[in-house]
Design a protein around this ligand. Sequence first.
Ligand SMILES: Cc1cc2nc3c(=O)[nH]c(=O)nc-3n(C[C@H](O)[C@H](O)[C@H](O)COP(=O)(O)O)c2cc1C
Length: 168
Amino acid sequence: MDRAKLEDMDPADVPDASRELVLQLYGIGARRVWVSDREVPYPDGRLIVSTTDTAGIITHCNASFVEMSGYDRDTLVGSPHSILRHPDMPAAAFQQLWDEVSAGRIWHGYVKNLRRDGAFYWVYATVIPNVRDGAIKSYTSVRRKPSRRRVEEAETAYRQALAQEASA
Ligand SMILES: Cc1cc2nc3c(=O)[nH]c(=O)nc-3n(C[C@H](O)[C@H](O)[C@H](O)COP(=O)(O)O)c2cc1C
């Protein structure tokens, strides 16, 4: 994974930041992020779609992905998907995602994503392994608007999982 690179966020992009943290990302190392408490609602009637290689490097993304993340397409393509990783997400959620899809199974789940401007957006994601000739070639994630009730349930579950991870 030595081709994976990810720059720190730019605090100038996050004028309403409430937290500054350093994330430890798999295969990448430390990334400094600035996070605000502002939610950007998932746009109605849109699908946010991206494809990665088997190492999680973004190879394609649609216009809704570009708009919601706030990054240029040129920055996104070639970057690790953890460019959207929010510090409120427990590692266990992504561990489960990777365990499932690398075994050839579909994963569904709720994800809180971090935008370039430090705000966040919740999605309901379906991650699909793309198999050809018996081998996984890539992964595609299709996101939909999550229900508020499910987001609230996920928030509670993730807060507990994060606390557990912090004390482990
Ligand atoms: C197709 C696909 C889509 C993904 N989408 C996201 C996403 O939207 N947000 C996110 O934080 N991680 C996403 N991930 C998981 C990341 O690859 C990564 O595991 C996660 O951000 C946590 O970072 P870490 O594995 O470096 O700890 C996706 C992975 C795959 C294979």
